[in-house]
Each structure stands twice: as C-alpha cells, then as structure tokens.
Design a protein around this ligand. Structure first.
Ligand SMILES: Cc1cc2nc3c(=O)[nH]c(=O)nc-3n(C[C@H](O)[C@H](O)[C@H](O)COP(=O)(O)OP(=O)(O)OC[C@H]3O[C@@H](n4cnc5c(N)ncnc54)[C@H](O)[C@@H]3O)c2cc1C
Length: 608
C-alpha cells in the first residue's frame, strides 16, 4: 500500500528497504516486489506524483523546476568556469523522482559508453550487448506517434521492447521538422540518424520520449503505481526523508548496514526500521553520496571534521561528479505558425491548448521540449584533444544539439514579442569533475554541490566547436526565409574569445549529475561500489541510481539509469535467491556471478 506518514508503516522489518523512489529506486522496488514472499519498503522524501497537472502534461515540464514544491531546490557553489555564477540545480522530490519532473527525452547512450563501463568495472555484464535484453525489458514502444502520423523512417522499432512497463513514443510533427531533416540532406556534416538508440547515435534524428497517450510516463506511473495496484509485497512510504543508514552488526570485521532512520520533517519523530536482506540507496547523484557520508561512509578525515563518526573509509564518496553543461543558442524566426512561444505568452492560446489536452490528450501540450536531437563528434584534426579525447570511443558524441521550436534559454529574459528557434548545444563527454560534499552533519541541510563546469579546458573547447557547428547547421539553404537572425548575446559572439565569453556567461546545467558513487572493480581501492553495486567495505548495502556511473554516459541520463537499475534488480534477486522462477517476473535475469572482463583499468587511465 501507499502510506504517507512514517507511523503508518505496518511492519517492523522488510526484506529490502529502498531509499528514494526515482528511476533507480522505482525500478528496483518494482522488480523485487515481483517475487512473491519478498517484502519491500520504498521510502520517498517527497509526495505522491498523482493529480499534479504539470507532472502529467509533457510541455508543462519546464514549470516543475527550479524552486517548486517538487524540487529539492539545490544550488551549486559559484562556478569558476561560469564566471562565478551560482546555478539552480533541480532534482525531483516526489514519487518518480526526477523522472516525474524531467524533460522526457529517451536516449540510451552509445555502445562505447557501456563497453567502457564494462572495461573499467571489470564486469562484462555492463557491456552494450549484454545489457540489450534489459534495455528492451523496460520499453513498451508505442506503435504510432502522439498525433498518429506515419513514423516509418523516424525510428527503428525492431531495436525496441514492446512489452515493458515504460511507454516510449514519438512526438507530433512540427513545421520545423522539415528544416532539420532537410539540413541532413544538404550538409554532409550532419547526417540523419534513423534511431539514436541503436548504439551508434551519431547524426541527428527524431527524439523518442517517455510519453504515453500524450501524458508523461515515469518510474512512478510505469513501475511503482502499477506494482502497488497488482501485488501485495510492496509498501511505499511518501513524505518521509531518510536521515542515514545505520550499522546493525558486522561480519568478520566488515560492518553491516541494514538499518534505516527516517522522519517526516526536521522536527518530526525519528523512526528506525531494519532490512533482513539489503538496504538499497537510490536517492540520486546528490542525495546518495550525502546519505553515505551522513552514515559514516566516506573520507574519514573529512567526516571527523564534520562531526560524523567514520565507519568505512571510502574517500571517493561524493567525488568524481560529472554533468553536461548546456547552452541555448537562440534565433529570431519568420513564421506565421504557432510556436511554444505563443503558449508561454498568450493566455488564450494556452487555455485552448490545455482544453484540447484535457479532452483528447492531443495538441502542442503533448510535445516534449525537443523534437529532434543530434549527436556529433569534433574531428580529431581540430587539435582540441591534445590532452586526450574524453569520449568513450567513436560511437560516443562529444556534443549534442537539442532542437527546440521556441525560446529555450533560462538565462535570458523571454521577449514580449517575436518568435524563436533554439539550437541548444550540450557537452556530452565532459572531462571536468566536481564533487558533492557535506555542508553539515544535519540531514536536512543541503549538501555542497559543485559540478565544477568547464574546469577542464577541453570542455569549453568542445562547447565552442558546438556553437560554431550550430551556426553551420542553420546555414543550410533549407532554412532560408525562416531563420532571420541570431538573437541576443549569441549574435555578438564571433571570435573564439567572444564565443568562450558567451559560453561562460550563459551556460547552465542539463540536470544530469552522475558519478558520485562510482563503480570500480571488486579489488580496486578507488571507487565507491563494486560491479554488483554493493558498497565497498560494507555488507547489506547497495547503490542503484545515476551516481554509480564512473563516466557519465553521452546521453540524457534517465534511460541509462533505468538500464542499470534493471540489471541491478536482476543481480539482487539472484544474489539473495529470490529469483527467477516466478510467474510475475517480466525482466531478464542472469547468474549471480558478475562476468569478468580482461584489462579492467582505473578511472584515471580509461578515458582514452
Ligand atoms: C529538470 C530535469 C530535466 C531532466 N530531463 C531529462 C530528460 O529529458 N531525459 C533524461 O534522460 N534525463 C533527464 N533528466 C535526468 C534524469 O531524470 C535523471 O538522470 C534520473 O531521474 C536519475 O535517476 P536517479 O534514480 O539517479 O535519481 P532520481 O530520479 O532523482 O530519484 C531520486 C529519488 O530519491 C529521493 N530522495 C533523495 N533523498 C532522499 C532521502 N534522504 N530520503 C528519501 N528519499 C530521498 C528523491 O526525492 C527522488 O525521488 C532530467 C532531470 C531533471 C531534474
């Protein structure tokens, strides 16, 4: 059942306690609950996702953060690489986690991203081919687009699953589609990619999105709520923040962490509950390292300085933070078509669109923020990779284009007149590394979040090349008569120095923190989790969320997190003997030993 106060939880212990009902936690809790006889408790700090209109309406996603009731409302430290600006740093705080507030793009990443994960972790089970069954087990690929247009040639449906919990669909046609696709026919530099989820995303093509019948699909709507409706082994507790995990004993001197402390608020009663098998941390890339540190797992010296008794010395907890920097390059356009600008500006248009969405789940509000996405590499001959190429390999892009039919830049005021087109550029294989650290031992105090954008010079060089590529993209003849001019500061940035200045002044985050509890081989002294996602130096504790990636995938991070979570669930079910012989299980399972891969290397030497 779904409970909304800690005192209502009906049992004093569960087999599994999962902390955080986002992507990682939603998937794992659902899959574990498919085993009859296994009791799982999923604890979420935020409220239920149900009945919140902007959570349901795809295009309203941009109103869900920053600074709302469904956001943790973190901010970053002043970012030196961004001229000391402080950024809002949204993370979902409700059932479904960030998948309930995100921008819905479904991108798996490249073959090389996963093959590198297998290489650096020493576990061949993380390679692209080995993960393909898990990728498909997630997806219920919709047979048609939201507006019913013919999607043949826009996606390769044979690459996708059609009976998983999460619906993936193609968006409605837009007038700008013909310019984007026309460019791929006119400029060789920007090839068309039929399906960016094939393992080789290089090129530009139609976006795929977590939208079901014109409505957001998330780990809450696809995994958690259906599990609650259909089986008796899952309990979900919302409005309850986990404060720390607790040591409950030790085996051969190794501490066991099977206790969980939680409360409804900073002044509320503190409750404790134990797992008989495992505690699984899925609080996301900011809160998971925060919880590990609060629990005495981290850099012992720094923990003592913060007033926390160290239990496991794991210096990499919270380190190795990676994110994708994003920049909205805006163009003034000449069009009589309604764009998303009209919905933002004109209440009549907005009301009409909302009425259409409410009656038929159609219209512009079914759109994700982006219709097409492009993934590109900076040529080797550019000379920017003298210090090493940070990408995972030739199928991994260095930068991304996000095509937005309207004004898509939060760092500039939205003009009261005019229509716009935005070609967002994103560095997707960054070399910069930041950190999440504790500000205090108070679990209700936000941690210190420092993505450290552009601390590696190659990242700003990639963004500079991406901005130049954006200009070349709209120079294709097909755009003539549509693009009128470059808008605002973008239009004045021409020399390399001017572009760099513009980049530092206007770049923000694309909301993809990863890597703060990074996976490393079983015998490695670096890293935070083992290849089976157990926390090093502990018993009974795992991490399943975006923090486990040693390298951020060159992709929007929800699909990669769903993918690792599906395999994690399989590893957990096997390691505890609860799977796989039951009729309810719809996910693939594998043996309980992780497969070794030769030549496993450290984080430092595996980037090239
Ligand atoms: C605004 C925004 C837009 C995005 N757009 C996209 C996109 O278009 N496509 C894409 O692929 N990705 C996108 N992402 C990223 C994607 O949503 C995340 O990568 C993904 O959700 C990560 O999953 P996770 O399990 O690591 O964490 P989350 O999904 O963030 O889940 C963590 C959960 O843990 C809960 N929690 C945290 N601390 C505690 C605690 N102490 N006690 C109890 N519960 C706790 C949180 O409330 C949350 O529910 C976006 C993210 C944001 C914020």
């Amino acid at each position: 059942a779904l409970y909304s106060h800690p005192a209502d939880v009906p049992q004093t212990s569960y087999d599994f306690i999962v902390v955080g009902a986002g992507v990682g936690g939603g998937v794992v809790a659902r899959r574990l609950s498919e085993d009859p006889g296994t009791r799982t408790l999923l604890i979420e700090a935020g409220p239920s996702n149900e009945g919140i209109l902007p959570v349901e309406v795809p295009l309203l996603c941009t109103s869900l953060s920053p600074d709302t009731a469904y956001d943790w409302n973190y901010t970053t430290t002043p970012q030196r690489g961004l001229d000391d600006r402080v950024l809002g740093y949204p993370r979902g705080r409700l059932l479904g986690g960030s998948s309930s507030i995100n921008y819905l793009a479904w991108t798996r990443g490249s073959r090389d991203d996963y093959d590198r994960l297998a290489r650096v972790s020493g576990d061949a089970g993380w390679a692209w081919d080995a993960l393909t069954p898990f990728m498909k087990s997630i997806e219920n690929f919709a047979p048609g687009a939201v507006d019913g247009h013919n999607i043949s040639g826009q996606v390769d449906r044979s690459l996708h699953g059609t009976s998983g919990p999460l619906t993936i669909s193609m968006p409605m046609d837009l007038p700008t589609d013909r310019f984007v696709i026309g460019t791929t026919q006119q400029l060789k530099e920007f090839p068309f990619v039929e399906d960016m989820n094939s393992g080789n995303p290089i090129g530009i093509g139609y976006g795929q999105n977590t939208i079901k019948n014109g409505t957001r699909d998330s780990s809450a709507t696809a995994y958690i709520l259906p599990a609650l409706a259909s089986n008796l082994t899952l309990d979900v507790l919302v409005n309850s923040q986990v404060l720390r995990v607790l040591q409950t004993g030790s085996v051969d001197g190794v501490p066991i962490f099977r206790g969980v402390q939680f409360a409804a608020s900073a002044n509320g009663t503190v409750f404790t509950i134990n797992a008989t098998r495992e505690v699984i941390l899925s609080a996301g890339s900011v809160a998971t390292p925060q919880l590990l540190l609060l629990s005495g797992i981290g850099n012992s010296t720094r923990l003592k300085q913060t007033g926390i008794r160290p239990i496991v010395n794991l210096p990499d907890v919270g380190q190795n933070m990676q994110d994708h920097p994003l920049l909205g390059n805006i163009f003034n356009v000449h069009t009589s078509n309604i764009t998303t600008d009209d919905i933002r500006r004109n209440n009549t248009v907005a009301s009409e669109e909302l009425a259409q969405w409410q009656t038929s789940r159609t219209g512009l509000l079914t759109l994700p923020p982006s219709a097409q996405i492009g993934w590109f590499r900076v040529p080797d001959k550019s000379g920017i990779f003298a210090g090493g190429d940070p990408s995972a390999g030739p199928t991994s892009p260095h930068f991304e284009f996000i095509v937005a039919d309207g004004f898509a830049a939060t760092q500039q005021a939205f003009p009261s007149t005019g229509r716009f087109f935005t070609l967002v550029t994103v560095v997707v294989s960054p070399k910069s590394r930041g950190a999440v650290t504790l500000a205090s031992s108070d679990p209700f105090a936000n941690p210190v979040v420092d993505p450290n954008f552009f601390s590696a010079p190659v990242d700003i060089a990639i963004m500079r090349e991406a901005v130049k590529a954006a200009r070349r993209f709209v120079s294709a003849p097909v755009w003539k008569g549509y693009i009128e001019s470059e808008f605002g500061p973008f239009g004045s940035a021409h020399t390399d120095a001017e572009i760099e200045d513009y980049v530092r002044n206007f770049t923000i985050t694309v909301f993809h923190p990863a890597g703060t509890a990074a996976m490393a081989p079983f015998n490695a002294t670096h890293g935070v989790v083992n290849p089976d996602l157990t926390v090093k130096g502990t018993v009974g504790l795992r991490v399943v969320d975006a923090s486990i990636f040693p390298f951020i995938p060159a992709a929007h991070t929800q699909a990669p997190t769903y993918i690792i979570a599906e395999r994690a669930a399989s590893l957990i079910r096997n390691s505890t003997g609860t799977a796989p012989a039951n009729a309810n299980a719809t996910a693939p399972c594998e043996g309980n030993t992780t497969a070794a891969v030769s030549g496993a290397s450290s984080l430092a030497d595996s980037s090239v």
